[in-house]
Design a protein around this ligand. Structure first.
Ligand code: URA
Length: 238
C-alpha cells in the first residue's frame, strides 16, 4: 500500500493532510524519514508518526444491543444515532447491517465491510432474522399458515417470503423472516389487523444477542462468528 494511503487509513488524516505531514518529515519507516507518499509500505514495516506506531485499522464487526429511541439512519436528526453508542476510531466508516426502527430494541450489527453486509441483508442469501413481538391482540388460529404462505403488505406488489411464526404466549410471538422490507414485522402483524407494541431482535443467522450485553452495550464479533454469518452466502437461492 502507498504510504499516503496507509497514513489516511491508519489515522484521522485526509489524504491531503497526510501529504503535508509527510513533507514535514514527521513520518519514519523502520527509523528512516520518508517524505514520498508514493513510497510502498511493505508488510512488517515499522511506520511511525513522531514515534507513535501507526497500524492499519482492519475491518470491524460489532454487535450492539440497541436501546429504544436510537436511530439507525444518519438522516433523521430527531433521534440520537446508534453510532453514538460505539466508541471506536474512524466511526464515520461504519454502517449498520440493515436497520431497526427507532423503537425496536436488540441485535444490530455494525461494520465497515460492505460485502459482508450484503450477504446478511440480501433476501437472496436467506439469512434468518428473529424478532420477539409483543402484540396488542391475540393472534388468529391460522396466523402460522398465513405467514408461512406469505402476506401481501400494503403498497407491495409481491407477498413476503415464507416466515416462521412461533407463539410464545397469548400476546407475544417470535417471528423469523429472511428479508427486511421497511417496517416489515410491524406491517406483517398489521396485515392481520394486529398492532406491535414492542419489538426486539434476538438473532441474525447463527448469531444470538448475548444475554449479558445490556442495552447500549456492544462487543466485537469473533473471527468465527464473522465467518459463520458470511456462510449465508452458501445458502444462496438459485
Ligand atoms: N421490522 C420492523 O417492523 N421493524 C424493525 O425494526 C425491524 C423489522
Amino acid at each position: 500500500m502507498r504510504l499516503d494511503k496507509y497514513l489516511s487509513e491508519s489515522t484521522d488524516l485526509s489524504r491531503s493532510e497526510a501529504r503535508k505531514v509527510l513533507s514535514s518529515g514527521e513520518i519514519t519507516i523502520n527509523g528512516e524519514v520518508v517524505k514520498r507518499g508514493t513510497h510502498v509500505v511493505q508488510e512488517g514495516d515499522d511506520v511511525r508518526w513522531d514515534d507513535d506506531k501507526l497500524e492499519l485499522i482492519g475491518l470491524r464487526y460489532i454487535m450492539l444491543n440497541k436501546p429504544a429511541g436510537y436511530e439507525c439512519s444518519l438522516r433523521n436528526s430527531q433521534h440520537l444515532p446508534v453510532m453514538d453508542l460505539i466508541d471506536v476510531d474512524k466511526r464515520d466508516r461504519l454502517h449498520t447491517v440493515g436497520r431497526l426502527d427507532v423503537e425496536t430494541t436488540g441485535l444490530i450489527l455494525i461494520t465497515d465491510d460492505g460485502k459482508w453486509t450484503h450477504r446478511i441483508i440480501s433476501p437472496r442469501h436467506r439469512c434468518d432474522k428473529v424478532y420477539l413481538a409483543t402484540l396488542a391482540e391475540p393472534l388468529p388460529d391460522n396466523a402460522e399458515e398465513l405467514f408461512a404462505a406469505g402476506v401481501l403488505l400494503d403498497g407491495e406488489d409481491k407477498p413476503t417470503l415464507p416466515a416462521v411464526l412461533e407463539r410464545v404466549d397469548e400476546l407475544s410471538a417470535r417471528l423469523t423472516i429472511q428479508e427486511g422490507k421497511y417496517h416489515q414485522v410491524r406491517r406483517m402483524f398489521a396485515s392481520l389487523g394486529n398492532h406491535v407494541l414492542a419489538l426486539h431482535r434476538e438473532r441474525i443467522g447463527s448469531l444470538a444477542l448475548n444475554d449479558d450485553l445490556l442495552p447500549g452495550e456492544s462487543r466485537y464479533l469473533t473471527d468465527a462468528e464473522v465467518a459463520e454469518l458470511a456462510q449465508a452466502e452458501s445458502n444462496e437461492l438459485d
